[in-house]
Design a protein. Sequence first.
Length: 196
Amino acid sequence: MGRIFEVRKATMFARYDRMAKQFTRIGKEIAIAVKSGGPDPAINPALRRCMQNAKSVNMPKDRVEAAIKRAQGKEMENYEEILYEGYAPHGVAILVETATDNHVRTVANVKSHFNKGGGAMGNSGSVAFQFNKMGVFKLNPEGLNAEDLELELIDYGLEELGESADEEGNNVIVLRTGFTDFGNMQKALEEKIFIR
């Protein structure tokens, strides 16, 4: 067939491999979200977030619906989310969030990575107090009044509002919300047409 065909084939297979890994990861996230909050994205913010992640990697809608149906079945593996804590070299605090169906295997893998990197695994609660799990939204400030926006969104879980600059140096309004209120805030912003 020729060299060009081989180059194209290698490129296509690399792309398909990346897509397969992303689809598998999002499928597991969907399973966890459905098991914890139900199959309706209107009342399950975690599932709504997973569906947004699926859109961002161009996962087909039928694959998302199939993952939701599969998660409702009895034969689906039960993934549990476990948080491991530890220290990297020079005392840098690290949190490792995992989703696993076999916690014994997972703890062994996490511990070996800490040891190979020159770190140490800590006890539960040893570094978690140093972190806040929050949702962050960045909005274009054109046509928005920050004070009115804050008053409007405080009922949806807004914790902090400030101004910052993005990577290109443009001004943005940064909204911070508790991680559990992420879905409510996203829904409110979509309804008020601040994000699309």
